[in-house]
Design a protein around this ligand. Structure first.
Ligand code: MG
Length: 292
């Protein structure tokens, strides 16, 4: 049976933009539900400066409090070397870096230039390798930037090749504000996957009137087999006005189930985890009210 991998980002990417602090026990409750649903890869938190992202100030407590299951990789986003240090203290086996193809979004999100952030990720890779930690890397705004508009796919390709050369074992192409369409979701990942020699390629789509599902399917048809999703469709981007949530994991898994493709995730349990995730969000309800 054909299979795909789902990378669950709900506890981090889903909850990070929430304006009201989500209690640590509730974050842990979500992650444990995701583990029980069969998720094998979960981005649990972000080791980011709590001054900038107070929502993730309990990163170490969350990581210490979850029930870890053998065979499940619990990772965390780190914006810089300081974040890596904190992640290493918690003995994570995988960290996730981020940068944008767009200078403006990179500046707003990370307060660095594209060139400087590449250098930081190179240093992270170097230090992580010495510590025996794997590095996954996001490239944001691949399919368009809310500030700069359409992005040249050549930029994403150049960054992907640089990340691969630094040692990132997996690269995820992010559609930060839901600007991709089935055509770009087919051609851009296919072009980048062809150019990569070692690194695995994933896609990360955000909601836009259901196009996120069409985009995931287009990328599947282009040969991609790793998909990011957030239970409950939570998320957004605090530095990208109008950004809607991530593609809901339970919708993604249901699509693959109906195609006869194995995800390893229990459909009923992931739907329950998604419903639980939605109870933690105030942003989701505000956005739904606004988009009418
Ligand atoms: Mg996202």
């Amino acid at each position: 049976m054909e299979a795909v991998e789902i990378f669950e980002v709900g506890p981090r990417d889903g909850l990070q933009p929430e304006p009201e602090f989500v209690e640590t026990a509730k974050k842990i409750g979500l992650i444990n539900r995701l583990t029980e649903a069969g998720c094998r890869r979960i981005e649990v938190t972000s080791f980011v400066n709590p001054k900038w992202v107070p929502q993730m100030r309990d990163a170490a407590e969350v990581f210490a409090g979850i029930t870890k299951k053998a065979g499940v990789v619990y990772s965390a986003l780190i914006p810089n070397l300081k974040g890596l240090e904190r992640a290493l203290e918690c003995r994570l086996e995988e960290v996730v870096t981020i940068m944008s193809t767009s200078e403006s979004h990179n500046k707003k999100n990370l307060n660095t230039t594209v060139t400087d952030q590449l250098k930081i990720i190179e240093e992270i890779n170097h230090a992580a390798k010495q510590a025996g930690v794997r590095v996954r890397s996001y490239i944001a705004t691949v399919f368009g930037c809310p500030i700069e508009g359409p992005m040249e796919s050549q930029k994403a390709l150049d960054i992907a090749l640089a990340l691969e050369s630094f040692g990132s074992y997996e690269i995820s192409l992010g559609d930060t504000t839901g600007m991709a369409g089935p055509d770009s979701a087919y051609h851009i990942p296919k072009m980048i996957q062809r150019a990569l020699k070692k690194a695995r390629l994933a896609v990360h789509y955000h909601k836009y009137f259901g196009l996120e599902l069409a985009n995931n399917l287009a990328s599947f048809n282009a040969g991609i087999r790793i998909f990011d999703g957030a239970a409950g469709g939570l998320g957004g981007c605090p530095y990208a006005p109008g950004a809607k949530g991530n593609c809901a994991t339970e919708v993604l898994t249901e699509m693959f189930r109906r195609m006869g493709i194995e995800t390893g995730i229990d459909q009923k349990k992931i739907e329950e985890a998604g419903a639980y995730a939605q109870t933690l969000s105030t942003l989701l309800h505000q956005k739904e009210a606004c988009s009418c």
